[in-house]
Design a protein around this ligand. Structure first.
Ligand code: SAM
Length: 318
């Protein structure tokens, strides 16, 4: 079992397979970075898998593939198959913008992927276009339908932003409800890479939904970063509330970048590289680094609206 320096059980590894993305979302990567990490610096699927095995053997029970956009890295299903064959009981999930899902959902499901979180910030094609800086909506919606059709468990992620998509929250909730998917509204997290004036906080999101739906706060289950709310008709939606003071109290997550940096917190600059250890298959060293990073996991995220994070979410996987 992995326990950090504050006694929290860490059992959730997020693996970013690339920082590259086919969208330029205003809240994440509005401009193409000045330079991408060169391809030769990326860990191969075999090397990433070497570390996933170490983490699973030490007690990780949930692995999420993310990015950048994970589906822009070719043959992702090969990596998924490696993990699902080694650890069939691991909760294997992925976060994607959905653009390439129509053609890949079946392969991902066959490889052993269980769950998907798909980003959907607007149901209006011109607004979706404005956010992603690309005409994306129709293809994303087809991707969502395909994922549901092949039997993947799908949740929707939406970042509510003032004067961008704030009038659409009920429409998005109702779209998700009609397809039996949970929507999770994520409070916009300020960072120096974003081009967003203001995100909506949890209270503001709740006020908008209250205009049409009565709901109650559900008891917190496990270590989910999302606080659930239950509507009178039993539909459940979530809000991820990182601005709340106690958000980090039961954080169970660590993050691995595509270059092999192991990061204890989305908002913590210090990271250690497991690249050399996995390339030389030095399992003992990889395990030591994992334990060092856990001891270095901060009690709370070191960030607020004034002190924005420099770390790009497309590197760490959000
Ligand atoms: N490309 C994939 C996608 O769009 O879902 C995966 C990577 S993305 C960095 C992972 C998640 O982080 C997405 O749900 C996205 O909405 C969220 N995200 C990115 N930047 C954010 C920000 N500044 N505030 C809140 N959520 C953010």
């Amino acid at each position: 079992m992995l326990i950090d320096g504050y006694g929290r059980k860490v059992n959730y590894l997020r693996v970013s397979v690339t920082e590259r993305c086919n969208f330029r979302c205003q809240y994440c990567m509005p401009e193409k970075p000045f330079s991408w990490v060169p391809h030769e610096n990326l860990l191969s699927y075999e090397d990433l898998f070497e570390f996933v095995k170490v983490a699973v053997d030490e007690g990780v029970e949930k692995v999420r593939i993310t990015g950048g956009e994970p589906l822009v890295r070719s043959h992702l299903e090969v990596f998924i198959k490696m993990i699902s064959s080694y650890a069939p009981n691991v909760d294997l999930a992925m976060t994607t913008n959905g653009f390439l899902l129509e053609e890949s959902a079946q392969k991902l499901k066959d490889a052993g992927l269980k769950r998907l979180n798909i980003s959907l910030d607007s149901l209006k094609s011109e607004v979706a276009h404005h956010i992603a800086q690309k005409d994306v909506l129709a293809k994303v919606l087809r991707g969502i339908d395909k994922a549901l059709e092949v039997g993947l468990n799908v949740k929707i992620n939406c970042v509510p932003m003032k004067d961008v998509n704030n009038t659409e929250l009920i429409d998005i909730l109702e779209y998700c409800k009609s397809k039996n998917m949970e929507v999770r509204f994520i409070e916009f997290m300020e960072n120096t890479h974003a081009n967003v004036k203001k995100g909506l906080n949890s209270q503001e999101i709740q006020t908008i939904i209250k205009e049409k739906y009565d709901f109650t706060k559900a008891p917190r289950v496990g270590n989910s970063p999302s606080q659930s709310y239950i509507c009178q008709d039993d539909y459940k939606f979530g809000i991820i509330e990182p601005h709340l003071d106690d958000f980090c109290t039961d954080c169970n997550r660590i993050r691995l970048t595509a270059e092999g940096y192991l990061i204890p917190c989305l908002y913590f600059e210090d990271a250690l590289s497991i690249a050399d250890a996995v390339k030389s298959k030095d399992i003992k060293e990889a395990t030591n680094i994992l334990k060092k990073v856990l001891q270095n996991k901060p009690e709370k995220n070191k960030w607020d609206e004034q002190n924005q994070s420099d770390r790009a979410f497309y590197e760490t996987g959000g």
